[in-house]
Design a protein around this ligand. Sequence first.
Ligand code: HEC
Length: 439
Amino acid sequence: MRTTQPRHGLAPLLVALAAAGCGNEPAATVDTTTSGLSLPTDVARVLQTRCVTCHSATTMYGAPMALTTYAATQAMAASTPTRPVWQLMGERVHDPVRPMPATRLPDDELAIIDRWVAAGAPGCTGSSCGTVTTDPTATSPASRLPCAPGSRAVFVSHAAGSTNRFRVPGASGNVNKCFAFRSSFRAGQQATAFAARVDQSRVLHHLILFATDAQPGAGEVFDCDGNMPRDARFIAGWAPGNEGSVLPQDVGLELPDSTGWFILQVHYWNTTPDVADDGSGMEMCITDTPRLHAASVHTLGSLNLAIPPRAQGVEVVGGCTPENTEPVHVLGSTAHMHRLGVAMRTEVFRGGNTARMEPLMDVPSYSFDSQVSHPSEMVLMPGDTLRTTCRYNNTTNQTVYFGERTEDEMCFNFVLAWPAGSLSNAGGRAARRCIGRAP
Ligand code: HEC
């Protein structure tokens, strides 16, 4: 019997922020506008803590406008020139699919924005009004990974060891590029921590590192939409605000050896006319001495999708009865669907019992643009069954089936857990898969 219990799942990496040297713009104090009005103090406080990571004076991560001044909130919106920004602010903080920020505002802060928007977004005069500053340290992504003794940092990217950069065209908006490269790891090497190395933060929206056994072709750069191999497994991802993860001390993540491939999917969002040459990637701490417990990414969900035209709230259910004979220690879960996906959850039934336990993962409002790993500390027991339910709103006039094209759909929960391969059903062990009929 295992005695080691993880005391925590994936520990967030809270270091390296202050050390990162990007975004050294002067701290801009704002709120002096031609009209002489400033932001009300409570509104300024919400914008300062929740929005200016991206909506800074020099905008970051593809944000289309700054939210550092009262005037900026009164200007017409980039996407909808007939409407002022403050109106869209009031909508986007409640948006069920693409909320701002992606993590959603806490209720008390939502109420502050709601009250202000309902009043017509009034300005404030006098010395008691709030100010918003662009703090360069708050906008600097983690760029250096401290590795535990015995492991060393390796840059996993198509741009590693080369000067090749991907040129993001000016004003290109939404660009989703995939970079394929062969794994250079040896069997037995493991990752113990990972964090993104963000090169051109101005245009980077998010990135995901996948592993695949398909042979995409060296040095290949392709549009991800429609071209991702079906077996692609989520390894690690980054979105603004994510500072990386450290695995528990006795756990290492298995990696594809040199017969396998990585695909780095990078979502760019360039709203400015300037080109950007980007070479971002994932920094990993690698150990040559395997740790006591090997973890891997397991694929749960369903391949059996047929979502009728215009149907709303269609649920697809995939069952999984893993063949593990030992407890399974879950570290995290990542929901993966395409554009029609609106929610996903994975429930656990102990010993096949119909009494549901706490869910393994619950994503009540899913967005393709904010695929993040949800940490977990759940321990699954032999005999547990898992049920993954994906919900879709089909906005098209076609029946949508499983597939890798953007117009197709997927229903996967990528579960990081140890022992490696434990969440697999008959025939799925090599591929770390547990996909079956609804229980
Ligand atoms: C992690 C980065 C990030 C954070 C934090 C963030 N935004 Fe955004 N915001 C973006 C990006 C990128 C876009 C453009 C893509 C889109 O519309 O989803 C955007 C778009 C918007 C838009 C739409 C503008 C238009 O012209 O359509 C509004 C309004 C907005 N954000 C408001 C906010 C508010 C209010 C906050 C804080 C409460 C916030 N955002 C926090 C990145 C962010």
